[in-house]
Design a protein around this ligand. Structure first.
Ligand SMILES: *Cc1c(COP(=O)(O)O)cnc(C)c1O
Length: 390
């Protein structure tokens, strides 16, 4: 068996049009954090997700940061955020001197539990520290259950920001993930479903807010012949070269979603009959992109832990990863409050303890996937034998 070629978790998958858009930028000397590719990329993405406006930025993190600013979040404010996520969902809260409070997931969606959210809203209202905003993360390509979440937030007067960095291309009740809250954030980091090598997009119905963010992201240049500044600014715009990559990638988004779902289907076919293996469920309210195929492994039933399996695959030059370590368990963030889905247990702790993400790239060949499947199947089979004979 050849294992010299590394299999990555989620590598970039470049199509045919990207180089043409980038070449155009060179040919016209638009090598700047603005230009025709940026304008078109914004327009094309807005149209793809049916949002009135979109703003291209240097990263998803930058988009989240300025979404919080334009939502008026500042020192001493509370912001709720999903605990089961990547740290980039939380860091912008800290940039603004606000305080994160972490909300658990549920087993049905692996996303924010509306029950835990309600508990957190009731508790913080009693304590007089209701959040100004909730950052709802849509994990691994699947939208969170937005209707009950938005209903709760409206009831308590709290703004909803969607961190859809991992869910571009997913739907919720026919709408694009990322377009259900007041603000939505996408990422085009190298590992995401489409990439510009690095980049992000902020979408909103609120065009005035987007204009404000555009101003901040360009060092807050006031209209004047000289350089005039009355507000703090940032250098957060997207390069016209990278927007060219984004335009090409956006053309093949549906194709990338289909390919990732096919990768998922093959894993499911290979493993779903095994006791102790459970795939991240796809909720019936929408379509997941299956950005990453994620599953849990019960060590008692399979004889192997998720961590052992990640190590075994690494030894075979295959990149797999544990599920995100919840934010409330991070050394940086342990001092902040956490609302679990139940007083008896924490869903995100359990998903972290048993969860694994398998190589899921849209360019993953069937042969390479078969290599991954064979190694996992062999591990589980041999552990079971040892287990039975013991
Ligand atoms: C990737 C990611 C981000 C950050 O996006 P960048 O473009 O890398 O800054 C934010 N939130 C989640 C959930 C992510 O997966």
């Amino acid at each position: 068996m050849t294992n010299d070629r590394r299999i990555y978790l989620s590598p970039p998958h470049i199509g045919e049009a990207e180089q043409r858009y980038v070449a155009e930028a060179f040919a016209t000397n638009w090598i700047a954090p603005l230009g025709p590719n940026v304008d078109e990329f914004e327009r094309e993405l807005a149209s793809k997700v049916a949002s009135p406006g979109a703003l291209a930025l240097s990263s998803g993190t930058a988009a989240l940061h300025l979404a919080l600013r334009v939502a008026g979040i500042g020192k001493g404010d509370t912001v709720f955020v999903s605990s089961l996520t990547f740290v980039a969902s939380v860091n912008p809260i800290l940039y603004e001197g606000a305080e994160p409070v972490f909300i658990d997931a549920d087993f049905e969606t692996w996303n924010m539990s509306p029950k835990a959210l309600e508990q957190a809203l009731l508790t913080t209202r009693k304590e007089g520290r209701l959040p100004k905003a909730v950052i709802v993360v849509s994990l691994y390509g699947q939208s969170a259950d937005m209707d009950p979440i938005i209903e709760l937030c409206e009831r308590f007067g709290v703004l909803v920001i969607e961190d859809a960095a991992e869910s571009l291309g997913a739907t919720y009740k026919g709408k694009a993930s990322g377009t259900l809250g007041s603000y939505g954030v996408y990422s085009f980091n190298g590992n995401k479903i489409i990439t510009t090598s690095g980049g992000g997009m902020l979408v909103s119905n609120n065009l005035e807010a987007l204009a404000k963010v555009r101003y901040w992201a360009t060092q807050s240049r006031d209209p004047a012949l000289h350089y005039e500044h009355s507000e703090i600014g940032y250098n957060y715009r997207m390069s016209n070269l990278l927007a060219g990559i984004g335009r090409g990638q956006l053309e093949v988004l549906e194709n990338r979603v289909a390919a990732r779902r096919a990768v998922y289907d093959r894993y499911e076919q290979a493993f779903s009959h095994l006791d102790g293996i459970s795939f991240m469920p796809e909720a019936d309210y929408g379509t997941s992109t299956r950005w990453l195929t994620a599953l849990t492994i019960n060590p008692r039933m399979t004889g192997i832990t998720a961590t052992e399996l990640v190590r075994t695959l690494a030894a075979e030059n295959i990149e797999a990863r544990p599920v995100w370590k919840p934010m409330h368990l991070q050394p940086l963030l342990r001092k902040y409050d956490y609302f679990p889905a139940s007083s008896q247990y924490s869903v995100s702790d359990q998903l972290f303890a048993q969860g694994i993400c398998l190589p899921s790239g849209s360019s993953l060949s069937i042969q390479d996937q078969e290599r991954v499947v064979a190694i996992i199947a062999h591990q589980i089979e041999s552990r079971r034998k040892t287990h039975e004979s013991a």
